[in-house]
Design a protein around this ligand. Sequence first.
Ligand code: PEP
Ligand code: CO
Length: 484
Amino acid sequence: MITPNQPDALYHSSDRGDKQISATGASLKDWSPSSWRDREALQQPNYEDADELEAALTEIANRPPLVFAGEARSLQAQLANAAAGNAFVLFGGDCAESFAEFRADGVRDTYRVLLQMSIVLMYGAGVPVVKLGRMAGQFAKPRSEDLETIDGVSLPSYRGDNINSSEFTPEARRPDPRRLVRAYDQSCSTLNLLRAFSNGGYASMQRVSKWNLDFMEDREKGQEYRELADRVDAAINFMKACGIDEETTPSMTTTDFFTAHEALHLGYEEKLTRLDSTTEEYYGCSAHFLWCGERTRQPEGAHMEYFRGVSNPIGIKISDKSDGDSVVSLVRTLNPENVPGRITLISRMGAEKLREHLPRLIAAIEAAGLNVLWVTDPMHGNTVKTDNGYKTRPFERVRDEVMAFFEVHEQMGTHPGGVHLEMTGQDVTECTGGTAEVTIGDLELRYLTHCDPRLNASQALELAFLMSNKLAGMKERGAIGKAR
Ligand code: PEP
Ligand code: CO
């Protein structure tokens, strides 16, 4: 993951720079890492003890940055490449990371599935795949209600392990500022492992392409997947025969891997916002990529104020309810100079709504001449509740939204830049369907998510195979793989 010898972004946010304009053209005259505090901040926990919160935040302010500004810039360049149609972006990981489920094996398994997916996608699309984990910091969750009521008892909603605990007791649901420090520490350990996997040999292509996938075992449907896997293996063997192997070519064993999360808890993000000494720009150093959720992107709100001044690549979630003018205006606020790679628009609509609403949003962005990367999140518009009380997502609906996203972009002549998934390397039963079928009755078997249902390893890989085939067709038609 990027070279370790970039000594920038080590400064603390108190070392105020002189710069008045950010790299993206935003005026920094009235901006500081804490200027969001003058705006209305939605989805923040109500802490009981201000001193306790201050103590935790001070501790975080004194901790090292988790990522370097130079890494975020390198990611931004790769995202710009994807926006131009010359790369594909794969985001994946938990809806919410948890303290209880934190194990090296879990991190490794999700990482391995992401790498396997990226090889399959690279093969189909014929372009590099930029890998981003919803990992090492994806804790805080927006909730539709402040309180949850069960049998007449109301308690604060669960807001993620960095805020409170999911058990339904007053003690567990009390927002505890010490959890922010624990989340920082867990993020640090996770990132350390991800960096080691990326550079220490674990990412080797030969090793990653050892497929052992349930969905391939299905005699009929598995056939097509097995053939594609064989072709990928043959390509790797061919490269080896040509002398491109782990000894001669570092890119066969190492990879870039970046982190991303929803920058929801602004106190935490503020304290990890650091001035980069080489550019005098502010960077959110809690992750390489930060996104703004569907519920917190009010133009005058605190989150937009925060995002405006940091120079990381930024994502904005958009739904079928978004209107073109306001999306254009948000993009302009966050990226006045239209810097490529700075803004990723992540649509999350559901398949049918996407076909109806994405074209008008694409048209608005195109008409305004704005440079954005389009990514689909096929998870959040496809959540349903079963009769037995589980939140789930049918694999087929997730697949349909991804395919609709590709088709709409092809029709519009724009680039489908990537996919944003809630998934895990574990064999959970949270989303129904897929070839290795998970039924509604199976949900109770291994329903482990702390928030939304995730694709399991087999479902995530099956989706990658389907996307790969689709991208291969688009490539043949000239719809991806070169600037259009
Ligand atoms: C999420 O990505 O987990 C999330 C809450 O998404 P959205 O803001 O799109 O609902
Ligand atoms: Co979610």
